[in-house]
Design a binder for this molecule. Structure first.
Ligand code: ADP
Length: 483
């Protein structure tokens, strides 16, 4: 079976969030059973030398959008540790000039042009390489145009005759919405796609809606999220459409790559540890963390960490609401994040004006791992959370998650005091409920027997890709009829 993954980001080459981790690790688990090709843009931030990314011979291709021809080239390398081909599509007008995966302040039309051109180039290059995929697995709105092209412009193309499409929603909040004119740029058959059964949504083009309607299966990244998005509260105006395609909607939990996130081998830590040595190991990392952030190390005072994109989704408002109460707890807080200016300023202010809250505003993967290892608890008060990888990483490093029970957080965290609990949960999106969950965690911290038992079950919980990869494989088999 041949599977083509298309994604705006792929770890370890480019990463802005969880999407990159998923596309960089799920294919590894599928490799034994399928031939895989991954397509992604050649962003300016990708280190070609480090990953031996080489241009393919005679790869130049011109594709016309609207009436403007665009030049593309194709680069290739292997996904580290595997035999999987990763293809990078190069375009000097849309991708190479930017150091960030999602540059801020882009003109929206230009943003649409970038991913329309990428999506069409993926299809043209796959054809040129004679990679006749049985399944195209498209991810989020950036590649949502692919199912639409398959259904319209390529509908009678023999090459794609037997290709099925899976569309995965990593985050329903970003749907790719723009005016009707964008279809002219895409040279897409408006008569076929621009209607309520295609991509028309409240008189706008909505790429995600098109992909939802035209794909053979739609996947949400956790079972709870797949149910939540059918409701008005979480549906982001797409709940009606999603309720109509429930028969092809699946919820499959993300995993993390346990070879990448491994406290026994991670070189970002000052001392490595595993499930038998975590007590001493974590203390050493905690000392280093205190030193880094200028806090006084005190074994009786827990550290509560937060590592996150600073956007509305992540529940930072609750921290703003409870800032006075948090300052008087017998605990220290360490926040690492970047994003909306308002939240960044809040964190900087708290860091400068309180004795127990410290902040690093920015993106630093190495520091993130030290924080996972050195902290006792990991706060994730998300308003909504499709799956969430941070809580899985935190558990792997023995930091107990304190979460709002939504989406993947509900599916992955077993809240105290249930059997084998590995974290703390609260339900209402409310500062006081979060505060009570934190107080409950602090109470458990004073009982070393229970605290250690919980840390042990967190570290032993299995959120590797194995089980989920099987679910994907079965789904591919179901739609293609292949073994
Ligand atoms: P999302 O994809 O919504 O951002 P996830 O929890 O699925 O959230 O994935 C976030 C990933 O990004 C985790 O691996 C987390 O450690 C990492 N991350 C988020 N913010 C930062 C930051 N400021 N510095 C380093 N890593 C970060």
């Amino acid at each position: 079976m041949k599977i083509l993954f298309a994604s705006a980001e792929v770890a370890p080459f480019s990463k802005a969030g969880g999407l990159a981790d998923v596309v960089g690790s799920l294919p590894k688990q599928l490799e034994k059973n399928a031939e895989i090709a991954i397509f992604t843009p050649l962003h300016g931030c990708i280190d070609k030398e480090k990953f031996s990314i080489k241009e393919l011979e005679n790869s130049e291709m011109w594709i016309t959008f609207g009436s403007q021809p665009q030049k593309f080239n194709l680069y290739k390398t292997k996904l580290p540790g595997t035999n999987i081909n990763v293809f990078f599509i190069k375009n000097d007008w849309y991708f190479t000039p930017f150091k960030e995966v999602y540059p801020k302040y882009l003109d929206p039309m230009y943003e649409h042009e970038r991913y329309i051109s990428f999506s069409l180039a993926v299809m043209e290059y796959a054809k040129a390489l004679n990679f006749r995929a049985d399944v195209i697995h498209a991810n989020d709105w950036h590649t949502a145009m692919i199912p639409l092209y398959l259904h319209s412009n390529y509908k009678f193309d023999d090459f794609w005759k037997n290709t099925k499409c899976v569309f995965e929603i990593h985050n329903l909040a970003y749907q790719g919405i723009w005016f009707e004119g964008v279809l002219d740029f895409a040279n897409m058959r408006k008569d076929i796609v621009y209607n309520q059964w295609g991509c028309e949504h409240y008189n706008r083009v909505n790429w995600m809606k098109g992909a939802i309607n035209y794909s053979d299966r739609v996947v949400a990244v956790s079972p709870t999220y797949s149910r939540e998005i059918l409701t008005g509260e979480y549906g982001e105006n797409m709940d009606y459409t999603l309720r109509g395609i429930q028969n092809k909607l699946r919820g499959i939990l993300n995993g993390i790559d346990y070879t990448v996130f491994d406290p026994a081998k991670d070189r970002a830590l000052v001392e490595n540890y595993d499930v038998t040595t975590f007590e001493e190991g974590k203390e050493e990392n905690k000392k280093a963390l205190c030193k880094y952030f200028g806090l006084k190390y005190n074994p009786d005072r827990p550290i509560i960490a937060l590592i996150s994109r600073l956007v509305g989704q992540k529940g930072i408002d609750l921290i703003r609401d409870m800032q006075h109460e948090l300052q008087h707890l017998n605990a220290d807080f360490i926040f690492l994040g970047s994003g909306d200016k308002d939240y960044e300023n809040l964190f900087i202010w708290l860091s400068n004006n309180t004795s127990n809250i410290r902040t690093y505003v920015g993106y630093d993967a190495k520091l993130a791992n030290l924080i996972y290892a050195g902290s006792d608890f990991f706060l994730m008060p998300s308003k909504f959370e499709p799956c969430g990888l941070s809580q899985l990483i935190a558990m792997r490093y023995g930091s107990l998650p304190i979460v709002r029970a939504t989406g993947g957080l509900e599916d992955t965290v077993t809240g105290y005091p249930l059997d084998n609990s590995n974290g703390f949960k609260f339900w209402a999106y409310n500062g006081w409920d979060m505060f009570n969950a934190i107080k409950c965690a602090l109470y458990v911290y004073t009982d070393k027997y229970v605290f250690n038992a919980m840390r042990k079950s967190a570290m032993q919980a299995d959120f590797s890709w194995k089980r989920s990869a099987n679910e994907y494989l079965n789904m591919y088999r179901e739609i293609t009829g292949l073994k």
